[in-house]
Design a protein around this ligand. Structure first.
Ligand code: NAD
Length: 513
């Protein structure tokens, strides 16, 4: 296979053949944790190994993070923002090698790998501005000579559990906000993409060293769900931000709420685009295509369902079929290719299983799928994007299969289309393609999409960092990234000050003695 500069990227990022997977910043902590091998889905080759964090090492990290929090919260927020600004600069410098590693370890296209690092840079910029705007409100007190206001204080240790499909951006969404808010972070990356975490820590370390940031502000623990569970049950961690499957979110939610901690959950989606008879079909096809096959269907916001008006259904079907026939599948580092591999052979199995279920439930294929073998596909992780005509009520359509399978569903009325769109358990991203104002506004109204994200004339995937990101129902209800998502990373306090010489009680209560 052509190298595409992977070796050089690993060297530049300081990722070695064997890496210690536990860190409190400068210090890398050895443990007795198992060795995790990271194989690339691109060519099936071993990229490197990471020693997982064991229980003892985890406890050490928490002690260090707790100490660091006391120091870090003393630093004024705009000064913390200045450090995040420098991280943004460092990420600009390392954008290409990090983008390559993301592509090689996770399997998304190099362009999407670069895009993911760009998201990290964007959230740094956002956080820098935010560091001067962690504002509370002032309110008018009902009592004379009283003043009332609210303020936001640093919260403490933020635990971050991330999924394989965004191996670096989701960490940055959380950490950059948490750091300007005065929190310290412990990151448990996906066990499927551990090397990305080593690379990020190495980049951060250079900036932190220059600014004398205390040890423990940026911590990493590696491992599978067991170390995640330990994080969730640890009472020293007031907030656990977890990104992953609904199954994982239910477990995390249970454990964190058991100790009355905060959980920010970013879980699976089952996203749909409604294409109405008034849609511009050129942009509809483009939006659906990127939404369905981008990242090989492994985005939480991937377009899984296309709900198409009966008057344009046949044309949409034909045009999509043609577009799919022009897709190049192969090494995602080769920029000629549009679709890379799935993350591993287990994901291929789940994809095949879903195709089987579509048939069993009475669906038919417009574009037949299947896995690919032979030259260039040696990893066994490459599959063909498929399109199937189905009913929204099929059991398989109700589930999120993390692979490029697009379901076509026909509708007659806008009410029916919105009913289909909302008729799943997940509620992450949604879109309508229309030039008709009534349809547009209906979709965005309280009677419309029930998702956290609702777009008009763009697809379901590819959110900007400036908006709050997240979804409703089984997607978990959490919001990350832009808007006022920062508030969950802080401790909110209401303050009332009496500057008079009497003590009137609220609600006019009399208590005279
Ligand atoms: P996953 O649920 O298998 O794993 C995600 C993370 O959770 C991993 O780090 C894993 O080790 C950890 N984990 C698993 N079980 C745990 C437990 N019981 N306690 C604590 N930690 C546990 O998900 P995945 O396959 O890595 O990622 C794909 C899923 O993530 C999809 O469902 C996708 O939609 C979702 N996702 C959601 C968003 C979002 O923002 N809504 C973003 C990206 C991915």
């Amino acid at each position: 296979m052509q190298n595409f500069g992977i070796k050089e990227a690993l060297t530049t990022l300081g990722v070695k053949a064997t890496n210690i997977g536990t860190s409190t910043g400068k210090k890398w902590i050895r443990s007795k944790g198992e060795s995790i091998s990271s194989y690339s889905p691109v060519d099936g080759k071993l990229i490197g190994k990471v020693q997982a964090t064991d229980e003892k090492a985890f406890e050490k990290v928490v002690v260090e993070a707790k100490k660091a929090f006391v120091e870090w919260r003393q630093i004024p927020a705009p000064k913390r923002g200045e450090i995040v600004r420098q991280i943004g600069e460092a990420l600009r410098k390392y954008k290409e090698p990090l983008g390559k590693l993301v592509s090689y370890e996770m399997g998304k296209s190099y362009q999407e790998g670069l895009g993911e690092v760009q998201e990290m840079i964007d959230i740094c910029d956002f956080a820098v501005g935010l560091s001067r705007q962690l504002n509370g409100l002032t309110m008018h007190s009902e009592r004379p000579a009283h003043r009332m206001y609210e303020q936001y204080h640093p919260l403490g240790i933020v635990g971050i559990i991330s999924a394989f499909n965004f191996p670096v951006a989701v960490w940055a969404w959380n950490t950059m906000l948490a750091w300007v808010c005065g929190d310290v972070c412990i990151w448990k990356p996906s066990e499927k993409t551990p090397l990305c975490s080593i690379a990020c820590q190495n980049i951060i370390n250079k900036v932190f060293a220059k600014n004398n940031v205390p040890e423990g502000v940026s911590c990493i623990v590696n491992g599978d769900y067991k170390i995640g569970e330990q994080m969730c049950s640890n009472e020293n961690i007031p907030l656990v931000s977890a990104t992953g499957s609904v199954r994982m979110g239910k477990a995390v939610g249970r454990t964190v709420s058991e100790r009355l901690g905060r959980a920010l959950l970013e879980l699976g989606g089952n996203n749909a685009i409604i294409i109405t008879e008034n849609a511009n079909l050129d942009i509809s096809i483009r939006g659906a295509l990127f939404g369905a096959v981008g990242t090989a269907g492994q985005r939480c916001t991937t377009t899984r369902r296309l709900i198409v008006h009966e008057n344009v259904y046949d044309e949409v079907k034909a045009r999509l079929k043609k577009a799919y026939s022009n897709l190049n599948i192969g090494n995602p580092l080769d920029q000629q290719n549009h679709v890379g591999p799935l993350i591993d052979t287990l994901a291929v199995k789940a994809y095949r299983n879903a195709l089987k279920k579509v048939k069993e439930e009475g669906g038919s294929f417009v574009v037949t799928g299947g896995s690919l073998s032979g030259k260039g596909f040696e990893s066994g992780c490459y599959v063909k994007p498929a399109i199937a005509e189905v009913k929204n009520t099929f059991e398989i359509v109700q589930q999120e299969t993390f692979a490029p399978i697009l379901y076509l569903i026909k509708y007659k009325t806008i009410e029916e289309a919105i009913g289909f769109q909302n008729g799943v358990k997940q509620g992450l991203s949604s879109a309508i393609m229309t030039t008709n104002m009534n349809e547009m506004e209906r979709f965005l109204s309280h009677n419309g999409s029930d998702c956290g994200i609702a777009n008009v004339n763009i697809g379901t995937s590819g959110a900007e960092i400036g908006g709050a990101f997240g979804g409703e129902k089984e997607t978990g209800g959490g919001r990350e990234s832009g808007s006022d998502s920062w508030k969950i990373y802080m401790r909110r306090q209401t303050n009332t000050i009496n500057y008079g010489n009497t003590l009137p009680l609220a609600q006019g209560i009399k208590f005279d003695i």
